[in-house]
Design a binder for this molecule. Structure first.
Ligand SMILES: NC(=O)c1ccc[n+]([C@@H]2O[C@H](COP(=O)([O-])OP(=O)(O)OC[C@H]3O[C@@H](n4cnc5c(N)ncnc54)[C@H](O)[C@@H]3O)[C@@H](O)[C@H]2O)c1
Length: 285
């Protein structure tokens, strides 16, 4: 197989599961040296053991910890040429239901956290004489789903990609990915277990299925590699066409939101289920 990332040194945030972990695996397969960060120590340990990548346990919102992890990774790998930001948190619901703590946390991770890792990576890329920044986001940035206030912070990730595309080219290319529904992700797991909720959404979806984490890692691989040498300041919408027909997704969100609001126990139970998911469970299919 052609090694698209031979000589690349990549850092991935949210590498513990789903798209982030798939990036770790795919980038290694393509010849890169890889380091990753995740807030969950159990996931970091599992991915480190399975792949041999350098793993760091840190909260993306913690600027000092992020800078320390990126610098240490660059030292271990002999530089840094690729950053993919995937780690993300979703809190709150409709605009009127989202409190200040929830909004603060979403800004701390999704806005400031993406900023900190980008800030940490750029000097290493400039020193290397090349680099690719990939801000992984959501179609919620442009096509809000009912009760998903996090579109507000996902939109800022696109702005960060564009800002860097202007400030650091031609040495560094900077792009964003907006993805739709992910099949093997903790966040989308519950709705997929309720056929009466998910079936109309998938029937409405041009591909009739959600994307796999590995397919989305493939989009990140393209942007990280020289194959995308002419792509800078762009957004790739990797949603299988979901945003062309988003009607039933909004209907789904309108059903789920009030269901959880009325039944806090169900929400708690779901949160526990999600917390118990292991990378093997999700990625092993
Ligand atoms: N799940 C979906 O269907 C969906 C849809 C559209 C976009 N997205 C986007 O795809 C990306 C991956 O989402 P996902 O739902 O697959 O995974 P996720 O958002 O559940 O988590 C990815 C990883 O990030 C880690 N993480 C969370 N907060 C962190 C923090 N503060 N510091 C460090 N690590 C942290 C988690 O432990 C996890 O291992 C996110 O950027 C998300 O916004 C997801």
């Amino acid at each position: 197989m052609t090694q698209l990332l031979r000589d690349a040194k990549a850092f991935i945030t949210g590498g513990g599961i789903s798209v982030g972990r798939a990036c770790v695996e795919l980038f290694l397969e393509h010849g890169a040296q890889v380091a990753f960060l995740d807030i969950r120590a159990d996931r970091v340990a599992a991915v480190r053991q399975a792949t041999g990548a350098h793993g760091y346990v840190a909260d993306l919102a913690d600027r000092d910890a992020v800078l320390a992890a990126v610098d240490d990774a660059a030292e271990k790998m002999g530089g840094l040429t690729v950053l993919v930001n995937v780690a993300s948190v979703t809190q709150g619901g409709r605009v009127v239901d989202t409190n200040e703590d929830q909004l603060d946390r979403m800004f701390a991770v999704n806005v400031k956290g993406y900023y900190w890792s980008t800030q940490a990576a750029i000097p290493h890329m400039l020193a290397a004489g090349k680099g690719s920044l990939v801000q992984f986001g959501s179609v919620a940035a442009t096509h809000p789903a009912w009760g998903e206030s996090y579109g507000i912070v996902k939109a800022s990730q696109v702005a960060l990609a564009y800002q860097c595309a202007m400030e650091y080219a031609p040495t560094i290319r900077s792009n964003a990915v907006l993805c739709g529904w992910i099949r093997d992700s903790p966040a989308s797991r519950l709705p997929q277990t309720i056929p009466e909720l998910i079936d109309p959404v998938l029937a409405d979806h041009p591909m009739h299925r959600a994307a796999t984490a590995m397919e989305l890692a493939g989009t990140c691989l393209f942007l990280a590699s020289d194959l995308s040498g002419a792509v800078n300041g762009a957004t790739i919408v990797a949603d299988g066409g979901q945003t062309r027909t988003q009607g039933n997704l909004n209907a789904l969100m309108q059903k789920i939101g009030p269901l959880f609001a009325k039944e806090p126990d169900l929400l708690r139970q779901n949160a526990q289920n999600l917390a118990a998911v292991t990378p093997e469970e999700l990625m092993g299919e």
